[in-house]
Design a protein around this ligand. Structure first.
Ligand SMILES: [Zn+2]
Length: 94
């Protein structure tokens, strides 16, 4: 659903109306938002996806938010890849 033209429009409208990351702003930081995030996870529900309220986030805040959600219900998110494990594995070696 995220690839559709309608979503691109919604996302652009959200970022235009709220150009700064909401979470960073709450912490007193000014960071450009790049992600229009559903405040309430839509979980594939078209109704929530198209009408649910959005918030603007930067990549960093969006990723940390999504990681928390994925831990909460791992069964719903199956597109995790091996990038994290790989970077952990590669670090700390001399
Ligand atoms: Zn942020």
């Amino acid at each position: 659903m995220h690839g559709t033209a309608n979503w691109q429009k919604r996302r652009a409208a959200q970022l235009a109306s709220e150009p700064l990351c909401r979470k960073c702003k709450a912490n007193g930081l000014v960071v450009s938002a790049t992600v229009a995030d559903h405040i309430e996870p839509h979980r594939g529900d078209p109704e929530k996806f198209w009408t649910g309220e959005l918030q603007s986030l930067c990549d960093h805040c969006h990723n940390s938010l999504k990681q928390k959600e994925e831990r909460r219900d791992e069964s719903l998110e199956t597109d995790a890849d091996g990038v994290v494990a790989e970077s952990l594995f590669g670090e700390g070696r001399v």
